[in-house]
Design a protein around this ligand. Structure first.
Ligand code: ADP
Ligand code: MG
Ligand code: MG
Length: 984
């Protein structure tokens, strides 16, 4: 197996093989964009290293040597040359970008002798020594784990001693002394002297990169973002270019559009006479990119052209790193720019206008989960408050919380549910666990591209960075903000949208939703089939739901209507009543109130469907505790109604059947309300009366009879009568139940509880947490629908229900109805609608539409693919072979394997993403062969099955032939979009 590829070589692999940085460097090189020479050591090498318990795979060192030789030839410089040495950087880069998680060593190749040669050839002693001291420091830190602060301290001591404030003010002789000091620190830290042989430096450096995959901070990051642990990282060896060579050199980072607002302007920072790390480290304060136009006009123009080229090529915002050496521009990295939700919407909408992408693609690009960010609070515009200090508006949204000065405390107190704001000089990757739990982050140092800013934007958390009015005394636990003396624990507010910091708490309000939001969601609405309703119990919720685009109410629960202060005494009377007459008298008093509730909701939803669920919880929930009971009768009744396991007790339709008066009253109120609203507004809602917790056909048959009898006594209103499906028995016997039902609504909260035998209250925070932490379960089934289990029950119910009654309406009203992955599943299942909380409606609208951009996206992917698979002869050869394709499944941690033969998918299977996947994929191909020989080939259940996240193609296991393609190609073969181009 080959482990190393030059940037200009075709590796046949993608991001998963070369890592994000590596694939970017290779693609830029192939596009003719100026990139220094170099090569990538693949993730295969890293995986092999990790699998062997830290042994470099056989042949790797030699292969690297050969590529170094190639680089020497191309650059005309030699590694270790005492006069004009070749210098390189060694940079890690995993398939999924992990900002700041892995480490880089610059200037590798220098030693005591060649540093003098470099000074000589460049005529710049300062520069040569500066590069060398950086090497000793980075190498010491990254490769040998020497404490970086010791180097920093030595540098600031020296500056203080010389009375200068900037690194660039140190003289050559100063730096010579600094190098000596750094050597001393290195020796103290490692017990050995700094390696002088460049080849040894390089070998040890890439081993260290492999090792850094296992570092705790990298593990935390992977856990936070659901990145599989077994991907490994690639290592890039890149010829050094120098931004620290003088005043015609510099370095910077830049986005092609503003990642906070989405505006189409270059957004970035630049430092003259500096090396890459200086910009992001937050040590020197960089200048806005616009300054570069004045300082280095030619390089600036070239940068603008290059960025245009890159954005046109990738058709998305790029986030790049560049260096200018003596006026010449080099790109060192490109990746898709992370952005806020607001920016994502604006960019997607504008790129459609610019003709860069299609509407389908625009819709597909928005992460539904990210929309949540837009629903984050802002400071109430009417609030009066005083801004104590200002910093950079690094990540939008406002937060109020107690000051916490370190990440561990932030993590601990945030977990306890306390609102905390992490306040730091600056953050580093070691603070990530604290950031995860904090409401927001405030830093004194660092710019818009500092660690805190980047990470907070990614998490959608408010961040104010570079706040000059902030000073922290860690030892005393105090903080000064704009002259105010505060202590850890004091409350502050921050507004990441404008960078203000306020002492004390300010009122927050939900954010306004802008035009781009509306545009993208309107496109989404055109693309989706699945309807989106909201769960709403009050007219106010119903109005909010309409505002967010809900197309009806999928669940209106009636229990809260029994809870309000003026009603509860009547409800209790009803529950305590000994005789039916007494009970009816109390219910008669509730009837007009209940009717009023429904009228309000029906008005907000005129013309749209509204599903009202009849009373569900057990009666004892309306009574006080035994201690609080005010009469003996009440105490008796409480004892009588007591149940050991109320969730499985007298509730739902069991209650309705035993106390029919309650449901009769509710049906009457619903029908009267519908009539009243129709008369008043001229538009009747589509009323759906829903019976909870049905498990047996006979239950629903009797309740349907009750519903029809009462409705017939009232003025005519048309309505549907249906049931929740929230018990496994109901799902399994759905064919019978459908005979009595006009609709099914999957109550997946209870269905998950009853199917899994998990009581949610006892699971979450207890054994479920253990299950998740120990990997027994991959996800919380109350958040993300358990497709294999609960989902299969739903599948049964859909098939059997439709078998009896093809027109039966099907929806879901559990919380899963607002979770993107689960929405996708509901789409595949063929439900008519999902229903979720009002705030999640936009998210569900988007998620539902993303199931529909398949064809367009596939075509795009095919184009992308054409570029990858250039070698037609190779393709020809592969066409005759049986193929197995392994692509990432939608769920992180899983892949989906497809066996392809005879021009179609012969078998597909979802497999955990680990070493075993390849082996299983082999078995799959064997199985597929059998199937094809034996009879008609297997077609995937639905084209949607093939809708997979683009990106990674797992490397071929040696015994299989795997095309280096993405899912689109295969999907095309199956969906008929372009089958001819696929398999002969
Ligand atoms: P990170 O993933 O932390 O961004 P990088 O590998 O991109 O790490 O490198 C860190 C810094 O060093 C970046 O600013 C990058 O541009 C710079 N750098 C990396 N390689 C080179 C090189 N060969 N020449 C000049 N600068 C480099
Ligand atoms: Mg970088
Ligand atoms: Mg329920």
């Amino acid at each position: 197996m080959r482990f190393v590829y030059d940037f200009d070589e075709d590796s046949g692999g993608g991001r998963e093989l070369l890592g994000g940085k590596g694939i970017g460097l290779a693609e830029m090189t192939q596009l003719g964009i100026p990139v220094p020479g170099g090569f990538t050591i693949t993730t295969d090498a890293c995986r092999a290293y990790l699998a062997a318990g830290g042994e470099v795979p056989a042949g790797l060192d030699d292969e690297v040597d050969r590529h170094v030789a190639g680089l020497e030839e191309r650059t005309g410089k030699r590694f270790g040359d005492p006069d004009d040495p070749l210098l390189v950087s060694v940079r890690s880069g995993a398939a999924i970008s992990m900002p700041g998680m892995m480490d880089t060593v610059l200037n590798l190749g220098l030693n005591e002798v060649s540093v003098e040669g470099l000074a000589e050839t460049t005529g710049n002693l300062r520069f040569a020594l500066d590069s060398y001291r950086r090497l000793v420091q980075m190498y010491g830190e990254v490769v040998d784990g020497v404490d970086g602060h010791r180097f920093e301290q030595a540098l600031s001591d020296l500056k203080a001693d010389r009375g200068v404030s900037q690194d660039v003010d140190l003289s050559g002789e100063d730096l010579r002394e600094l190098v000596r000091t750094f050597h001393g620190i290195y020796e103290e830290g490692t017990g050995g002297s700094f390696p002088q042989d460049p080849r040894e430096q390089l070998r040890r450096a890439y081993r260290a990169v492999f090792e850094s995959w296992k570092a705790p901070r990298a593990q935390v990051y992977r856990r936070t973002y659901d990145i599989p642990d077994d991907l490994g990282t690639a290592v890039n060896v890149v010829q050094m270019v120098f931004g620290n060579r003088g005043d015609r050199s510099g370095t910077g980072v830049c986005f092609t559009r503003d990642p906070a607002t989405g505006e189409r302007v270059l957004f970035g920072e630049f430092l003259l006479n500096a090396q890459g790390e200086d910009v992001v480290a937050g040590i020197r304060t960089p200048e806005p990119i616009a300054r570069m136009r004045e300082l280095l006009p030619d390089a600036y123009d070239q940068l603008v052209d290059t960025l245009d080229h890159l954005e046109g090529h990738y058709r998305d915002v790029q986030d790049i790193e560049f260096t200018v050496e003596e006026g010449t521009l080099y790109l060192l990295q490109t990746r898709t720019g992370k952005r806020t939700a607001a920016a994502a919407l604006r960019i997607a909408a504008e790129m459609v206008d610019e003709g860069l992408i299609s509407r389908e693609e625009a819709v597909a690009r928005i992460d539904p989960g990210q929309l949540d960010q837009l629903l984050h609070p802002r400071i109430d515009p009417d609030a009066h408050y005083e801004v104590a200090a200002r910093g950079l508006n690094a990540s939008p949204g406002a937060a109020v919380g107690a000051i916490v000065l370190d990440a561990d405390t932030a993590e601990a107190r945030g977990r306890e549910g306390e609102d905390v704001i992490l306040v730091r000089w600056e953050t580093t990757p070691d603070d990530i666990h604290g950031l995860v739990q904090a409401r927001g982050v405030l830093t004194a140092h660092g710019g818009m591209t500092s660690h805190a800013a980047v990470v907070a934007r990614g998490m959608g958390k408010p961040c104010v960075a570079g706040c000059e009015g902030l000073a922290i005394d860690m030892a005393a636990g105090t903080v000064t903000i704009g002259g105010h003396e505060l202590r850890a624990g004091d409350v502050i507010s921050i507004d990441g949208a404008n960078g203000s910091v306020i002492v004390g708490a300010v009122p927050l309000v939900p954010p306004a939703i802008d035009e781009n939001f509306g545009t993208i969601l309107a496109w989404a609405d055109d693309l989706r089939r699945l309807r989106v309703r909201a769960n709403a119990d009050t007219p106010a919720d119903a109005a909010k739901a309409r505002e967010f685009g809900a197309e009806g109410i999928g669940l209106c629960r009636t229990e809260h209507m029994f809870m309000s202060d003026e009603r509860l005494p009547v409800v209790r009377e009803m529950i305590l009543a000994r005789e039916e007459d007494e009970r009816r008298a109390a219910l008669d008093r509730l009837l007009p109130l209940q009717q009023g509730d429904f009228e309000g909701i029906f008005e907000a939803m005129a013309g749209l469907p509204v599903t009202i669920r009849l009373l569900d919880p057990p009666l004892h929930e309306f009574l006080p505790s035994l201690e609080e009971a005010t009469s003996d009768a009440m105490r008796d009744r409480i004892r009588q109604l007591h149940e050991a396991n109320p969730m499985l007790g007298t509730r739902g339709c069991r209650l309705g059947l035993q106390f029919p008066e309650i449901y009769e009253m509710q049906v009457r109120a619903i029908v009267r309300a519908a009539r009243a609203v129709a008369e008043r507004t001229g538009e009747a809602p589509i009323v759906e009366i829903m019976h909870p917790l049905v498990g047996f056909r006979e239950e629903l048959a009797r309740l349907r009879e009750l519903t029809e009898r009462v409705a017939a006594e009232e003025p005519t209103v048309s309505y549907l009568c249906g049931t929740m499906i929230e018990l496994p028995r109901a799902a399994i016997r759905a064919d019978e139940i459908a005979e009595e039902a006009d609709f099914f609504s999957f109550g997946t909260n209870d269905l998950t509880q009853t199917a899994l035998g998990f009581s949610r209250d006892d699971a979450e925070g207890k054994f479920l947490t253990f299950y998740l932490e120990h990997g027994i379960l991959e996800r919380n089934p109350f958040e993300v629908l358990d497709e294999e289990g609960v989902g299969d029950l739903m599948r049964f119910a859909v098939e059997r229900g439709r078998g009896t009654k093809p027109t039966i309406k099907l929806g879901i009203c559990g919380e899963h109805g607002g979770e993107p992955r689960s929405v996708a599943f509901c789409h595949r299942l063929g439900l008519d609608y999902v229903s979720c909380s009002p705030y999640r409606v936009p998210l569900a609208r988007l998620a539902a539409a993303q199931r529909y951009e398949d064809a367009a996206r596939l075509r795009d992917r095919l184009d992308a693919l054409e570029r990858v698979v250039e070698d037609l002869a190779e393709l020809q050869r592969l066409r005759r072979a049986e193929l197995c394709l392994v692509v990432p499944a939608e769920e992180p941690g899983f892949v989906r394997a497809y066996a392809v033969a005879g021009g179609r998918v012969a078998a597909s299977r979802r497999l955990p993403r680990n070493g075993g996947a390849s082996v299983e994929a082999g078995a799959l191909v064997a199985e597929a062969r059998g199937r094809i020989a034996g009879g008609p080939s297997y077609a995937p259940e639905a084209a949607d099955e093939l809708l997979l996240v683009a990106g990674f193609v797992r490397r071929p296991p040696p015994e299989l032939t795997v095309l280096p393609l993405d899912a689109g190609r295969l999907a095309a073969a199956c969906t008929g979009v372009e089958p001819a181009a696929w398999v002969a």
